[in-house]
Design a protein around this ligand. Structure first.
Ligand SMILES: C=C(OP(=O)(O)O)C(=O)O
Ligand SMILES: [Mg+2]
Length: 566
């Protein structure tokens, strides 16, 4: 927290670009375990777990899309026999049911955290199950967000997906949490709902319910009792956002140089929502979401059905029907129960992404066969790409396999460029495939030797780092030489200033979460290709990330900068 001469300001990590002003509604805090342990026996414990699972499942049934999925996943945790058995053993050993739940959840949370990545993000779900079970055992109100009387900014220590799903969405202006991460469930769901969100906002729980706050997701700030100037800024930002959302034209520079603007998706429900936006198609379908929280891979038939649903959402679509499907990217930050090698010392450098083909070749073959079948069933021609390609030989092998199972012209086969070796030798890779797509999240991680999950090193992970920009530029040059498309589907594509640089470097498509499209579309349209090239030159000439960003910012009309909060 910083307290200056003006109002109190809290700094967190912003998710999205929106800004709103409204009164705070605080979520009910988690129940504490009473010092005397509280009432109940093993039977009460079992009944509480069962009741929590049933309630969550019922809410999952009433919800849709990602919200339904996370509620169902939390319900599954409440039904986990290992968790219940651990708590029961503790009761048998003399602990009170409340203590037993608390300690069993602590033990599981520790294991999830040690596993890292996706499982670590599930710790919030575990805590949500504990809080609900505790509240039932202790006869307290259900923890979470209260009924909202007026449109409000929901402030919480951390919102579980179950809390988020129970929100009265039409009365929520923004979500602010003390904990959580920008890739956690709260952030993902806030994005899906188009709500401004700020996470990791240390100290924000000090703000009393009912106090007015201004929440700015673009800067990650929460200002208590904002002055009229800030309120006017929020009104203007809302007006601009509404205006931008009305623009459905395809992505292009002011002088008509086309840069396709595509959506990143993870589920069939996401595909349906993205198809309803002006996105010109899907630039990244992260298929691993389909493989998560399972003890074995989905069957060929299951996969075919999901891929057909995604492809069907865009089939024959006037606004663009391109769908780029990425094959399974398991390992490191995306561990899967049935493929992750326990005890791998450096998982980010280990058997992840395409490299799984060395150990489990059938996984990839089945996935590609399912996609080929889905393409046939829907009469569509998907693009398919492999993650974590490091050599030209891997690109050649992947293309051969995709062709073998029937993904041939007019389907396109490509690879991701997210390892420096692939960027440096992009031309070698491109000789074997139809296109490449830059994954700048991993490219920054591997170029800067910085774990992408380590928030404290965010400055090194910055895609504006000169070395990362050099590798993006080298890849774009290789694409231009060979006349093949080079897209960007990492988070950097969602940064409007970076979009100018990427267009100037010759990147042919930008893929991002649909909520980020309007600002990128607008800024591109306000600049001609020569200005984008000048932006690219200025960024490449800089010797630090901040210098590069500032150099590009200086090329943008100050009025546009202010309107978009750049
Ligand atoms: C798009 C990317 O893939 P993911 O974030 O899924 O690793 C990337 O690495 O930039
Ligand atoms: Mg990646």
């Amino acid at each position: 927290m910083t307290v200056d001469a003006g109002p109190t300001t809290f700094q967190g990590v912003g998710v999205g670009r929106g800004m709103v002003v409204g009164p705070v509604a605080k979520a009910h805090p988690s129940p504490a375990v009473p010092s005397d342990g509280g009432p109940g026996d093993a039977e009460a414990l079992r009944a509480a777990f069962a009741a929590v699972a049933a309630t969550l499942q019922e809410r999952a049934g009433a919800a849709e899309g990602a919200i339904a999925e996370v509620l169902a996943a939390t319900a599954q945790i409440a039904q986990d026999p290992a968790l219940l058995a651990d708590a029961e053993q503790r009761v048998a050993a003399g602990e009170s049911p409340a203590q037993a739940v608390d300690r069993a959840v602590d033990r599981f949370a520790e294991m999830f955290r040690a596993a890292g990545g996706y499982l670590a993000e599930r710790v919030t779900d575990l805590r949500s199950v504990r809080d609900r079970v505790l509240a039932l055992l202790l006869g307290l109100p259900e923890p979470g967000v209260p009924a909202l009387e007026v449109p409000s900014v929901v402030v919480a220590e951390d919102l579980s997906p179950a809390d988020t799903a129970a929100l009265e969405v039409d009365k929520v202006l923004a979500i602010v949490t003390e904990h959580g991460g920008p890739t956690g469930h709260t952030a993902i769901i806030a994005g899906q709902l188009g709500l401004p969100c700020v996470v990791r906002t240390t100290g924000v729980m000090e703000v009393e319910a009912g106090r007015e706050v201004a929440v700015d997701a673009a800067t990650g700030t929460v200002v208590v009792d904002p002055a009229e100037e800030l309120r006017a800024q929020a009104r203007e930002r809302a007006r601009v956002q509404e205006e931008l959302e009305g623009d459905t034209a395809p992505g292009s520079t002011a002088d008509g140089h086309a840069v396709a603007l595509l959506a990143n998706i993870g589920t069939a429900a996401d595909a349906g929502r993205a198809a309803a936006t002006p996105a010109e198609g899907v630039g990244l379908f992260r298929t691993e979401v389909l493989f998560l929280e399972r003890s074995s891979a989905p069957t060929l038939e299951e996969q075919t059905a999901v891929y057909a649903e995604v492809l069907g959402a865009f089939a024959g679509r006037g606004g663009g029907d391109k769908v780029v499907v990425r094959t399974l990217d398991a390992g490191a930050d995306k561990p899967l129960a049935f493929v992750t090698q326990p005890g791998e010392e450096n998982p980010a450098l280990g058997v992840r992404g395409y490299r799984l083909v060395r150990r489990e070749p059938e996984l990839l073959r089945t996935q590609l066969a399912a996609l080929a079948q889905a393409a046939k069933d829907t009469g569509t021609s998907p693009w398919v790409m492999a993650p974590m390609i490091a050599t030209a030989q891997e690109a050649a092998d992947f293309a051969a396999l995709a062709h073998e199972v029937g993904l041939t012209e007019p389907c396109k086969v490509g690879v991701m460029v997210e390892v420096p070796s692939a960027a440096l030798r992009a031309a070698d890779l491109l000789r074997h495939v139809d296109f490449v797509s830059l994954g700048t999240n991993d490219l920054a991680q591997y170029t800067m030797a910085t774990d992408r999950l380590r928030g404290s090193l965010a400055d090194l992970l910055d895609p504006w780092q000169p070395a990362v920009l050099d590798l993006v530029a080298a890849t774009a040059r290789a694409g231009a030489e060979l006349g093949k498309p080079v897209g960007v589907c990492g988070e950097s594509a969602a940064d409007p200033l970076m979009a100018l640089v990427l267009a100037g470097l010759g990147i042919t498509s930008l893929s991002m979460s649909p909520g980020a499209l309007p600002a990128v579309r607008h800024l591109l349209r306000r600049h001609d290709l020569d200005t984008c090239r000048a932006a690219a030159d200025a960024a490449l000439a800089a010797t630090s990330a901040s210098e590069a960003r500032e150099a590009v910012r200086a090329l943008v009309d100050p009025a546009v900068r202010d309107a978009l909060a750049l």
